[in-house]
Design a protein around this ligand. Structure first.
Ligand code: UD1
Length: 433
C-alpha cells in the first residue's frame, strides 16, 4: 500500500490549478443515463471515484470517450484545464448496479433516479456503511416512493419499479441531503407533471446538475434555492456542460498555504464557491485576495483560533472540517469545531494528536488548542478528507511525516504530491507493494 513521506516546516509558495469538482462530476455522469443522446462534460477531474462511476455506467450500457486537453489549451471555464468526457447511453444494457461497484463508492446510488425515470426499473445494491458514519439512503427511497416508485429491499438490493411513468408531486425532505436532492431532481425531469422539492440541498454542485439538466431540455426553476420546481418532459437530449471548480480542493490548498504560513495562488476557482471557509480564514488572520485568474491565499504567524460548525451549504462544509482542524492546531488560542452532518467524523483526531496537536472531543464538538509547532510523525489515513488533513499537518510539522494508507487520497485529489511539490513542498509517494 502506498505511503506519502513529507519533510515539513517549509512555507509553500507558488500556483496551484484547481480541477473540476468530483462531487459535481459524479451526478453529472449519472445524468447521462437519462438520455440516449451524448452528454459531453468538460473540466473533468481524473480521480479514482470518476473511474469507478465510469465503470458502473459502462456496465449499464454507456460508451465513454475521453480526451485530454493539449498543452496550453483551455476549456470553457476560465483557466480550467481538465479532460473532456462524452458519455452516450443509447441503450441501457442492465438496470442493475452491483454490490461490488456500489460498495466502493456511495455516490453509485445516484444511478437509481435516472434508471427508474428512463427504464421504469432499477436494482441497486444498498451502499452500506462507510468510515464516516452509517449514511443511509432512506430519504432517497422515500422520495422516490412519493413519485410513484414501488421499492422493495431484497438481499441487500433496492428493487425499484414504476408501472408507467413517475408522477410529479411535492417532496419535502425532512433533512437536507445532497445525494437525495440529486437523485430526485434527475428522476423528476422525466416525470409526468410538476415536482416541487422543498428543503432541497443548495450546494453549487446541485446548481451545476440542474443547469446541465436544463441544457439537456429539462424544465427546472429555483436553481440555487431550497425549493426546486421541475416540470417533467417526455425526453432529454444531447448537451455540453462544464464541471464547476472543486471547492473542497480549493479549500484544502488554501489551508496548505495558511498552515505553512506561505502564499499560494489558486487558479481557476472562485471565492463564492466557498464563502464560509474563506470568511473563517479571514477571521483567523489569513489574507484572501481575489485575482483575475483565481484567489491568492497568504498567511503569517500568529493566526487566531476560530470556531466553526459544519452545516449544509452555504454553511461550513463537513468536507473541510478535518483540514480546518489541522489549521487550528497551529493557531494561537483555542477553537471549537462542531460536526453536525456526520456522526463519526472525528477519526482524524487521534492521528492529529500524533503530531502533538492538542484536541479534545466532547460529543459532536472538538476543542482545539493551537500549538506553536507540530512535529512530524507516522500516521494512518482513514477517509478521504481525514487523509488530506494529515498531509496538511505534515506540511506544517517539523521533521518527517509518513502518511500510510493513502489510497483514499486518490479518490478525491488529482496529482496531490505534484501540486504541492511545485510550491516547494518536500513530499514523495512511496510504493508499499
Ligand atoms: C455528499 C457529498 C459528501 C459530503 C456530503 C455532505 C457527494 C458525492 N458527496 O454526500 O462529500 O460530505 O454530501 O455535504 O456529493 N442522510 C440520511 N438519509 C438519506 C440521505 C442522507 O439520513 O437518505 C443523512 C446522512 O447520513 C448525513 C446527512 O443526511 O448525515 C447528509 O448526507 P447527504 O447530504 O445525503 O450526503 P451525500 O450526498 O452522501
Amino acid at each position: 500500500m502506498d505511503s506519502i513521506r513529507i519533510r515539513g516546516g517549509k512555507p509553500l509558495t507558488g500556483d496551484i490549478a484547481i480541477g473540476g469538482a468530483k462531487n459535481a462530476a459524479l451526478p453529472l455522469m449519472a445524468a447521462s443515463l437519462l438520455t440516449p443522446e451524448p452528454l459531453t462534460l468538460t473540466n473533468m477531474p481524473e480521480l479514482a471515484d470518476i473511474s469507478t462511476m465510469g465503470n458502473l455506467l459502462r456496465q449499464h450500457g454507456a460508451r465513454i470517450d475521453q480526451s485530454a486537453l493539449g498543452a496550453g489549451e483551455c476549456d470553457d471555464e476560465a483557466g480550467a484545464t481538465g479532460r473532456t468526457t462524452t458519455l452516450r447511453s443509447d441503450k441501457i444494457a442492465s438496470v442493475t448496479a452491483p454490490y461490488d461497484l456500489v460498495r466502493r463508492m456511495r455516490a453509485s446510488v445516484l444511478v437509481l433516479g435516472p434508471l427508474i425515470a428512463r427504464c421504469g426499473e432499477a436494482k441497486v445494491s444498498l451502499p452500506g456503511g462507510c468510515a464516516i458514519g452509517t449514511r443511509p439512503v432512506d430519504l432517497h427511497l422515500k422520495a422516490l416512493e412519493q413519485l410513484g416508485t414501488k421499492i422493495e429491499l431484497k438481499q441487500g438490493y433496492v428493487h425499484a419499479t414504476v408501472p408507467k411513468r413517475l408522477k410529479g408531486t411535492q417532496i419535502v425532505f425532512p433533512k437536507v441531503t445532497v445525494g437525495g436532492t440529486e437523485n430526485i431532481l434527475m428522476a423528476a425531469t422525466l416525470a409526468e407533471g410538476e415536482t416541487v422539492i422543498e428543503n432541497a440541498a443548495r450546494e453549487p454542485e446541485i446548481a451545476n446538475l440542474a443547469d446541465c439538466l436544463n441544457a439537456m431540455g429539462a424544465k427546472i426553476s429555483g436553481i440555487g434555492s431550497g425549493t426546486l420546481r421541475v416540470t417533467g418532459v417526455e425526453r432529454l437530449h444531447a448537451a455540453k456542460v462544464a464541471v464547476i471548480p472543486d471547492r473542497i480542493e480549493t479549500g484544502t490548498y488554501a489551508v496548505a498555504a495558511a498552515i505553512t504560513r506561505g502564499r499560494i495562488e489558486l487558479k481557476g476557482t472562485r471565492i463564492e464557491l466557498l464563502e464560509s471557509v474563506f470568511s473563517a480564514m479571514k477571521q483567523a488572520g489569513v489574507e484572501i485576495t481575489p485575482t483575475s485568474s483565481g484567489i491568492v491565499v497568504a498567511a503569517k504567524n500568529g493566526l487566531a483560533g476560530v470556531d466553526v460548525m459544519t452545516e449544509p451549504y452555504p454553511g461550513f462544509p463537513t468536507d473541510m472540517q478535518a483540514q480546518w482542524m489541522a489549521l487550528m492546531a497551529t493557531a494561537s488560542g483555542a477553537s471549537m469545531i462542531t460536526e453536525t452532518i456526520f456522526e463519526n467524523r472525528f477519526m482524524h483526531v487521534p492521528e492529529l494528536t500524533r503530531f502533538g496537536a492538542d484536541v479534545n472531543v466532547h460529543g459532536a464538538s472538538a476543542i482545539v488548542r493551537g500549538r506553536a509547532q507540530l512535529s512530524g510523525a507516522p500516521v494512518m489515513a482513514t477517509d478521504l478528507r481525514a487523509s488530506v488533513s494529515l498531509v496538511l499537518a505534515g506540511l506544517a510539522a517539523s521533521g518527517e511525516t509518513m502518511v500510510n494508507r493513502v489510497y483514499h487520497l486518490d479518490r478525491g485529489y488529482e496529482r496531490l504530491e505534484q501540486k504541492l511539490e511545485a510550491c516547494g513542498a518536500e513530499i514523495e509517494r512511496l510504493g508499499g507493494g
